[in-house]
Write a protein that binds this ligand. Structure first.
Ligand SMILES: O=P(O)(O)OC[C@H]1O[C@H](O)[C@H](O)[C@@H](O)[C@@H]1O
Length: 644
């Protein structure tokens, strides 16, 4: 049997990622037979100086040759067993697996009103058992508990990860650093209710005395995508429609002035409330957009209008004040809410409550909370986020499928994929494990998606006959909008759902040359018309698309992403990868300003490479505007027309 060197467990904390670690550093080098369980760090008597020296040298040697500080998940016995199990699965075809009714029954889960069908994943009962074993060996349960217990599992930023607290019931208790944070959460929620009620019932008026019926939410990334997803999901839901009659909610995210023009087009500033949403209140795009819209407001309504027409959501109340927004009109949240996990905090709750009313949005929180409890308490085999996370991990890390398609058969869920893109790819697109050790395998998935049936007429060709892309089909039992035309074979929503059912089986079964021959397909076309099938997917059905079920769906996706990150043993809650581009943009900004204000070209001494220098100069030459105008703001004429 082969042996491999395992690195010393060196811990500076008593708990890392929910895993207890000996506070006493006991470097230890073990020879571990591959395929056997890694040993836990053990306490030993104080080593002598000579022993310490030997251990330090061996540890240094291991560190420099393997860069390991602890066992990687890929070294765990269950990971190895899953690798070997791939050979078994490669011999199966979904066509056959779907004939096994006992298997299918065990892979269909009905919980919390949601129907989850995993039968079209390329898994058998044995695969699941091995995945559960991997979860055990990776201490998944311990890591979930660590998250719910408010431990600082975001170790690179030394923060707890507690978006679950933002949707806690008032009587729940959730502690961060010894403090119950639920009262703080509800203090902000109560403030959102009071403020949104006042705006909606006309108690809070604009500076010229008009009701504020339009809201523009300025924010980007996590301060945009989640709220946009939920707003898009509710726009045509009958109760939400009634609650939002005569009101509008728009979003402004991109720093592109075209987005400003579109967001403000036709709006009357006198009737418009602006919500600036930024966790840090330093994000360049958001702050420039906020200054732009402030200028749009004040140029029409005077400087005093800011007090009545601008409010903020942020963790940085100092900068909110410096911007000129009264902290009384600011809605806080906390560093333990990650930006991409913040839709249930004031980030989403303020703009959405202004649009739909707080009471409806509370149902959204209740739906998310329902899944939080499910995730925390259900055993792996009945736990939707765990099953989704594990089967995705199987697809990515063992079957080698690096992408996944999110395919809601519901137009209202059209912004689910863009939101999950950020939550998933920013969380799990990492190159090192939680200890900073470079991973010998890839993490994360490339997420994309469109609502069915639109996607069918776009990229489905590739997923049927080109690359294998595991798909997630999301269907709704009762549509938000019901249409049936007399004489049609089925109602419009049934027509949509016929496609939902058909696509999953088309991917799984495919079409063989024999079937094509018996359909009299000419020989020369057969290779073109063969579908190999055996393409994995899963299906979820929600009873309806309401505030409650949208909350459930959101939490399912958030937690399944955490499951994957916990098992890969990465930090799913930081995002250092977005920094470098920001820093370089800032350097370009400085040089751009100097070039524009001094009417000069970019020079080699500005520090850019040949390509970038030439490209920026080409850009500078091509614009009619050379010098920035002094002393006043400029807008495209139309942007100021204010709907008149
Ligand atoms: O809410 P903000 O502080 O303005 O941040 C907005 C976004 O900024 C960056 O792009 C981060 O990577 C995102 O996670 C975050 O959501």
């Amino acid at each position: 049997m082969q042996t491999q060197l395992r690195a010393p467990c060196v811990s500076h904390k008593t708990r890392i990622n929910g895993v207890p670690c000996s506070p006493k550093v006991v470097p230890r080098v073990a020879r571990v037979p591959s395929g056997s369980a890694p040993e836990a760090p053990v306490a030993s008597p104080e080593p002598t100086a000579a022993q310490r020296n030997v251990v330090a040298q061996v540890a240094k040697m291991i560190h420099t040759t393997t860069n390991k500080k602890g066992a990687l998940v890929s070294e765990l016995p269950a990971w190895q067993a899953l690798k070997e199990h791939v050979n078994e699965i490669e011999k199966t075809h979904l066509r056959d697996l779907l004939h096994d009714e006992a298997r299918c029954m065990s892979l269909i889960k009905e919980c919390e009103g949601i129907y989850g069908d995993f039968t079209r994943q390329r898994v058998t009962q044995k695969t699941l058992e091995l995945l559960f074993e991997l979860a055990e060996q990776s201490n998944l349960r311990g890591k979930i508990n660590a998250m719910f217990n408010g431990e600082h599992i975001n170790s690179t930023e030394d923060r707890a990860v507690l978006h679950i607290a933002t949707r806690a019931h008032r009587n729940q208790k959730i502690f961060v650093d010894g403090k119950d944070v639920v009262p703080d959460v509800w203090e902000v929620l109560d403030k959102i209710k009071a403020f949104s009620d006042k705006v909606r019932n006309g108690e809070w008026l604009g500076v010229t005395g008009k009701p504020l019926k339009n809201v523009v939410a300025i924010g980007i990334g996590g301060s945009f995508l989640g709220p946009l997803f939920v707003h898009t999901a509710l726009r045509t839901e009958p109760v939400a429609m009634r609650c939002s009659r005569d009101r509008s909610l728009r979003f402004l995210a991109n720093v592109d002035p075209i987005d400003v023009a579109r967001a403000l087009d036709g709006l009357d500033p006198e009737e418009t409330l602006v919500v600036v949403v930024s966790k840090t209140f330093t994000t360049a795009e958001t702050m420039l957009n906020a200054r732009t819209v402030r200028s749009w407001l004040t140029s029409r309504l005077g400087p005093d209008s800011v007090a009545k027409h601008m409010v903020a959501v942020s963790t940085n109340l100092k900068l909110v004040k410096e911007f000129g927004i009264d902290p009384e009109n600011a809605f806080g949240f906390w560093d333990w809410v990650g930006g991409r996990y913040s839709v249930c905090s004031a980030v989403g709750m303020l703009p959405l409550s202004l649009q739909y009313g707080f009471d409806l949005m509370q149902e959204f929180l209740a739906g998310a909370n329902n899944i939080d409890e499910h995730f925390k308490n259900q055993p792996y085999q009945d736990n939707l986020p765990v099953l989704m996370g594990l089967t995705s991990l199987w697809n990515v890390s063992f079957l080698g499928h690096g992408a996944k398609a999110i395919l809601p058969y519901c137009q209202a869920l059209s912004k689910l994929a863009p939101h999950i893109q950020q939550v998933d790819m920013e969380s799990n697109g990492k190159g090192v494990d939680i200890n900073g050790v470079r991973l010998p395998f890839e993490t994360g998935e490339i997420d994309f998606g469109e609502p069915g049936t639109n996607g069918q007429h776009s990229f489905y060709q590739l997923i049927h006959q080109g690359r294998v892309v595991p798909c997630e089909f999301i269907g709704i039992v009762r549509s938000q909008q019901s249409v049936y035309l007399k004489g049609e074979v089925v109602s419009n929503h049934d027509e949509l759902m016929c496609n939902f059912f058909a696509q999953a089986d088309a991917l799984a079964y495919g079409k063989t040359p024999e079937q094509l021959r018996s359909d009299n397909v000419p020989d020369y076309l057969i290779p073109h018309r063969v579908f190999t099938g055996n393409r994995p997917s899963m299906s979820i059905m929600l009873p309806s698309c309401t505030a409650y079920t949208v909350g459930q769906l959101l939490a399912i996706y958030e937690h399944r992403i955490a499951v994957q990150g916990f098992i890969w043993n990465i930090n799913s809650f930081d995002q250092w990868g977005v920094e470098l581009g920001k820093v370089l943009a800032s350097k370009v900004r400085t040089v751009m300003n100097s070039a524009r204000t001094r009417d000069r070209k970019i020079l080699p001494q500005d520090g850019f490479n040949y390509s970038t220098t030439r490209m920026i100069n080409k850009y500078l030459e091509g614009k009619t505007q050379v010098l920035y105008p002094e002393g006043h703001d400029t807008f495209p004429i139309d942007m100021l027309r204010g709907g008149h």
